[in-house]
Design a protein. Structure first.
Length: 464
């Protein structure tokens, strides 16, 4: 699927999605809610849309520019002047002459300008393609971040529920153990220390329940802040979770994918290329530019004009009309601008050095994270299997200890310790299962292959 098609699909899905009210949320539902309500995604989407306008704006500078201006003016002018002349007998006489006009002027000018050469505009057009590609890569990175965050918050709630359920079961078991110890102490079958030890274990479990209830509330609040709706119930993870190795099971392949497909790395590289091309654009501001100019103008004047003197007066209509057509070439060459162009070129070069360094740092980070996360998947697989066996063995040990306690070969302390060990093993096993899924998702995030399809596949591991 092409990136733009993927984005359009996400937009339509988020716009039409309606959260179910009566049934439990699964991972896909939570992801859709996050996509619909997350302001970070909306921000990245709007930025990508705005960046898509860079190309038509850059292209507009190279396309013909057509303008039309028109005007209509009404002018009234009155003036007088004093003139002196010589009469017979060399006598001087003066008189005052007057003139007046009342005219209306109407006209318009249509002009077409076509760029014949502007190197900076051509560079900006090429740069606009990469600007849009950078925004698209940033949007893809944001979408992957939402996928990963949603999954982490979802599994954090499930883990908190698992821990709380195990702690409540342990509290109930310790309560039964405490009642038994107190009864045996009353009839003299055990010492007070056994009852006190049982009391301590029960109190510890009760405190643990309170802490785990708070942890569950906090985990739900974190998820609710992301999806924008209350979390009542989530679908749990299936007990028979398959433990698959990364596909392909080869670190070099994952590294190659990460270095070529990671959207954050792609965005960093494009940002460096955009900065490098900006150096040429700033330098091109000092190059000559050539435009072809075609214009047509029309001007119409109508009204009256009058003049008067002691011997005569004249009033005539003031009427004129004319057309003006022009074709020419405009050459512009900013030879010296006080060093502004050179300064901006140097500034662009320093900005390129900064973005290039950021791209190198991002590449190194992606490489390191991919290596670590690939090994983490393998490590989590081993831990899930180990903790699963630990739960089984601790459960067996607890049964054996309880049986030994009944026949007098084990003490109450041994039973309490065995039950606490089982609780610890159950919590570790639950944590390892969610850590494995997060490791898989994080590796996909590194490689740039974390898509909604991955959420669909993991959604199959939830109980429906």
């Amino acid at each position: 699927m092409r990136p733009k098609h993927l984005i359009l699909t996400l937009i339509l899905a988020s716009a039409t999605f309606v959260a179910p009210k009566s049934q439990a949320f699964d991972l896909w539902t939570v992801y859709q809610l996050a996509l619909h309500n997350d302001p970070q995604y909306r921000q990245a989407l709007a930025t990508a849309r705005a960046s898509e306008e860079a190309r038509p704006q850059a292209l507009a500078a190279l396309l013909p520019q057509v303008s039309l201006t028109g005007s209509i003016n009404q002018a009234n002018n009155d003036s007088s002047s004093v003139q002196t002349f010589t009469t017979i007998g060399n006598k001087f006489q003066t008189f005052t002459g007057t003139s007046a006009s009342n005219t209306r002027t109407r006209g318009y000018t249509a002009q077409l300008t076509e760029t014949l050469f502007n190197w900076g505009s051509w560079l900006s057009l090429h740069q606009s393609d990469e600007t849009g590609a950078e925004a698209l890569a940033t949007l893809n990175s944001t979408i992957q971040g939402i996928l990963l965050t949603v999954s982490q918050d979802y599994f954090n709630v499930l883990y908190a529920e698992d821990v709380l359920a195990a702690q409540r079961a342990a509290k109930a078991a310790f309560a039964r153990q405490l009642a038994l110890a107190q009864e045996q102490y009353k009839v003299g079958l055990s010492a007070i220390t056994a009852a006190e030890q049982a009391r301590a274990s029960y109190d510890s479990a009760a405190a643990g329940v309170i802490a785990d209830e708070l942890a569950l509330t906090q985990a739900k609040q974190t998820l609710e802040a992301l999806i924008g709706v209350p979390v009542v119930r989530l679908r749990p993870l299936t007990p028979d979770l398959p433990l698959a190795h990364p596909n392909p099971d080869n670190l070099d392949t994952w590294l190659h994918q990460a270095l070529s497909q990671n959207p954050a790395l792609i965005a960093a590289r494009l940002a460096a290329r955009i900065s490098r091309e900006n150096i040429g654009i700033q330098r091109a501001a000092g190059y000559p530019s050539l435009n072809l100019v075609l214009s047509h103008g029309y001007n119409d004047v109508s009204g009256t004009a009058s003049q008067s003197s002691p011997n005569s007066s004249l009033a005539v209509p003031a009427i004129s009309a004319g057309n003006t057509n022009l074709i020419g070439l405009d050459l512009s060459w900013p030879i010296y601008s006080g060093g502004l162009i050179a300064s901006r070129a140097r500034q662009a070069r320093y900005q390129y050095q900064a973005t290039a360094a950021t791209a190198v740092l991002t590449e190194r980070t992606v490489t390191s994270d991919t290596r670590t996360d690939f090994l983490s998947v393998l490590s989590e697989i081993a831990q899930v299997r180990a903790f699963k066996e630990s739960v089984r063995s601790n459960r067996t040990a607890l049964k054996a200890t309880e049986a030994g306690y009944k026949v007098g070969t084990q003490t109450m302390v041994d039973v309490l310790t065995a039950r606490q060990n089982l609780l610890t093993a159950e919590e570790s096993y639950a944590q390892s299962r969610y850590n494995y899924l997060i490791a898989i998702l994080t590796l996909d995030d590194d490689a740039g292959t974390l898509t909604p399809d991955v959420i669909h596949s993991i959604n199959q591991y939830l109980l429906h």
